[in-house]
Design a protein around this ligand. Sequence first.
Ligand code: F6R
Length: 366
Amino acid sequence: EKDGYDHFMLKEIYEQPQMIIDSFRGRMNASEGWVRLGGVNEYRNKLNKAKRIIFGACGTSWHAALVGEYLIEELARIPVEVEYASEFRYRNPIIDGDDVFVAISQSGETADTIAAIELAKENQALIYGICNSVGSTISKMSHAGSYTHAGQEIGIASTKAFTTQVVILTLMALQLADYKGNLSKTQLNATLFELEQIPEKVRKILKLDDEIKAIAKEYHQANNFLFLGRGACYPIALEGALKLKEISYIHAEGYPAAEMKHGPIALIDENMPVVVVANNDSAYEKIVSNIQEVKARKGKVIAIVNEGDTVIKGIADHVIEIPATLEIFAPLVSVVPLQLLAYHIAVWRGADVDNPRNLTKSVTVE
Ligand code: F6R
């Protein structure tokens, strides 16, 4: 069932181009210029009037929520808060019937997320579920929702579930922005056309597998890793660090690149690999100076850059060149090389990638 791949995780990484297509198919049309998630359409009025959208999730799904926050605030201009489900449920959160609670969960069975939904429901919020598992507890508890259509995810480390969550959140942001009249027809069409190009761009990134494997070999004995990103790619730095921690047991931290100087910079020496997500156009100059700060302290820089980049190529130790896209899709493409990097580092270390110690596929305990 691994279709010739060594691990489910690798198979699932490679399935992403198709799963991304499956998650947007029938939900948008670039040439006709429309986007439509059924659940969003059904609760259109409620969502339009929402005073706030609160995301509740755990782990990788929480990282998707952070990307969602960026997209929805940027495009739809609705205030968004992102909560760890486990924290939300144990305090006395401010939430009422004018709020929309969006739960994101691959399994749809995560106990903390379920408890957070119960609390949001008691407080009259509309519950919108973004789940992968069809018929799961969370999908049944939600008033409305969208399935991610990533297919069954077997590898413990979540990969294709994350990218498809980000697709759904992008569609949601675009649809809400369209309702509010924030996007011109030309902008909406251009964005949807670019979304249609993403699967092909991800396919191109997958062709960098051998290159990434070689980088992984060079650094697989490191004890620590730092991951940096800015804007919507900051959650990708968090996700890259989480993937590495989970399957290789290397200590890794994700940081907004500009926060580095407020503490973590003290950790940097010649033994510290720093992975920088640098394909984010508007933050480019800033990211370049963050990379210079790392190099000045002899850190090793592995940078994710757009194809044809010359500036970062000149200063980083390694660059992984990926196809350029619109800034709102930068998170979606840049996570893929980080998944491959974590995967190969874990394999070089001889770790059991599909069954990392202490982890289970769905965390049904509180
Ligand atoms: C990371 C991972 C976990 C899950 C988290 C939430 O690779 O698998 O961090 O993302 O336990 O799980 P779901 O999305 O099923 O609620």
